[in-house]
Design a protein around this ligand. Structure first.
Ligand SMILES: [Zn+2]
Length: 558
């Protein structure tokens, strides 16, 4: 065919294939598409509907879309929008309201932060803080109410541990408990820490509600403000999607309102908070609800099996190595857990269960297997959240049951200073064992568990490829055979997370037909020195082809 004719026919074909739709172009970019069929590109084109029209070279796409408006990336790196497969949106928003205690290295430092926070509160209002971690203190012992009482004799003080699985309260808060905390009784799925018969001021897992129930709930307006703050944090970190484990029906209604008003800048994949009103509502919707704009959906229930390792609430098959006689806590009793899983199965709802310890994980696997039966081989994508310490024999069962392991790379690097004391060397083989899951072909979705860990997904990518702290310790990485490649790490926060949400045809890759969700970065996570991955910053974050975040120094930010 003559070149001129060929060009004319090609032009005609393009005109027919892309009807009068205003296109936008991103040019001169270094794009990692995560699409195995075309891993690299230098330009993207998308339409008014926010879907990608083409992925290719800058010259080619300028030729094909001469009228399109252009964004010049000036050679910057572009990756698909990052998706955190496990992050608590309301919890993140609350950190803007509450006193932040993360990183405090002593009780004295915590008291300083609390006094500053209390100065902003009306008299008698609850002082709420989040993020303490006794593992960072010199004595590493659980604190007590007495540590708070001198500074706060009247005002109730309520302080959540970093993992959200224990609280530290003062005597004024304990007085408001729904049942007297002294004595020798224990609540189901929880533990009141006592000295003799006297409650010390720390309540673990199922015991937290005894005091939490006395706290005044957030108002509608406070809830909206908290969500808005969380959205801003997430998009500034390069997140275009978050799987949010555990939303109440009331809070979900607030999100529905915000979605209807176009106030949600990223994609939220919400999970109902256990066997409660949100699950009931979701069942009534046929098991799946999605808003018209594609920013908010629910098709999943988040259930809890056990507690967390830091507060020795993770359910283990054998005793804690540093606490003989203690095998952790089941947060949900097996009968109630199975009942909830069966209900979700009947309603076509995806199940996601928090399981940290090897006993907790085995009980989840056994229950999934029993309830799914023959349906185990189908496309249900039930999830295990954390899958943190798993007996080696149980890892292949994740693949056999077609489950997704939703894991958090920064949990490994946060827990590595003390995990061996809790577990001993032998059990560590199945701890944070990302590479063993990959070897068994278990789909991985990566997340952070913010606000337990920082919302910044670059810290997760860094932890996944190095298994080192930000100081580069330990040399070579902790249990280094479980590190993953940069490609695998990025897949966990893109394609893998998309798959875990049944969204792999929408997001997680940059490919024609999919959403134009991407991040422009100030460096290339595939080639910078490993330590630099943690410092990479988004220049801008795009959802449906629109910038939802731009870094302040915009002279460098396309
Ligand atoms: Zn969580």
């Amino acid at each position: 065919m003559r070149p001129a004719l060929r060009r004319a026919l090609l032009a005609l074909f393009i005109a027919v294939a892309s009807p009068a739709q205003a296109a936008s172009l991103l040019i001169d970019a270094h794009v990692h598409t995560m699409d195995p069929q075309r891993p690299e590109a230098t330009a993207l084109a998308w339409g008014d509907d926010g879907r990608l029209l083409a992925v290719g070279s800058t010259d080619e796409l300028i030729r094909r879309y001469p009228e399109a408006s252009r964004v010049d990336a000036r050679g910057a790196t572009v990756i698909p929008g990052l998706i955190d497969a496990h992050g608590h949106m309301l919890g993140l928003g609350m950190t803007h309201i509450q006193v932040a205690l993360a990183g405090a290295h002593s009780k004295a430092e915590i008291l300083e932060r609390l006094k500053a926070g209390a100065a902003r509160l009306p008299e008698g209002a609850w002082l709420v803080g989040q993020g303490w971690d006794q593992n960072l203190w010199a004595d590493k012992q659980f604190p007590a109410a007495a540590d708070l009482d001198a500074a706060f004799p009247d005002r109730p003080v309520y302080l959540e541990r970093i993992d959200g699985h224990a609280i530290w309260v003062n005597s004024a808060a304990m007085k408001l408990a729904s049942r007297p905390l002294d004595g020798d009784w224990q609540p189901e799925g929880g533990r009141i820490v006592r000295q003799g018969s006297k409650a010390s001021g720390v309540l673990v897992d199922g015991a937290m509600g005894l005091v939490a129930s006395a706290m005044p709930p957030l108002t509608h307006e406070q809830t909206r403000e908290a969500y808005k703050a969380a959205f801003a944090d997430a998009v500034a970190a390069g997140l275009t999607g978050v799987h949010d484990p555990g939303v109440s029906l009331d809070d979900f209604k607030v999100l529905q309102e915000m979605a209807a008003k176009g106030e949600i800048p990223l994609r939220l994949f919400e999970m109902a908070d256990g066997d409660h009103a949100a699950l009931e509502w979701l069942c009534g919707q046929g098991g799946h609800w999605v808003d018209g704009g594609g920013r908010l959906q629910m098709r999943t229930v988040k259930l809890y099996m056990d507690g967390a390792l830091g507060s020795r609430g993770a359910a283990l098959l054998a005793d804690y190595s540093d606490d003989h006689g203690n095998r952790g806590i089941l947060v949900t009793q097996p009968d109630a857990y199975r009942h909830a899983v069966e209900k979700a199965f009947r309603c076509h709802v995806q199940v996601a269960t928090h399981a940290i310890g090897d006993r907790g994980n085995r009980m989840v696997l056994d229950t999934y297997q029993a309830v799914l039966g023959d349906a185990a081989s189908g496309d249900h994508r039930w999830r295990v959240e954390h899958a943190q310490i798993v007996a080696l024999d149980d890892i292949p069962r994740f693949a056999q049951l077609h489950l997704v392991a939703s894991m958090q790379p920064t949990h490994a690097t946060s827990d590595m200073p003390w995990a061996e004391q809790r577990l001993g060397a032998e059990r560590l083989k199945g701890a944070y064992a990302w590479q063993r899951f990959i070897h068994e072909k278990v789909p991985l979705a990566f997340g952070s568990d913010f606000p337990v860990e920082h919302v910044n997904p670059m810290l997760g990518l860094y932890a996944a490829v190095t298994r080192q702290d930000l100081g580069g310790q330990p040399p070579g990485g902790w249990l280094p055979d479980q590190r993953v490649s940069r490609q695998e790490a990025l897949a966990g926060f893109t394609r893998g997370a998309a798959y875990a949400a049944f969204m792999e045809h929408e997001v997680g890759m940059l490919k024609p037909g999919m959403r134009a969700d991407f991040v422009i970065l100030d460096g290339d996570p595939m080639t910078v020195p490993p330590r630099r991955i943690a410092d990479l910053k988004p220049l801008s974050t795009w959802v449906d082809g629109k910038a939802v975040y731009r870094a302040e120094k915009t002279n460098a930010a396309p």
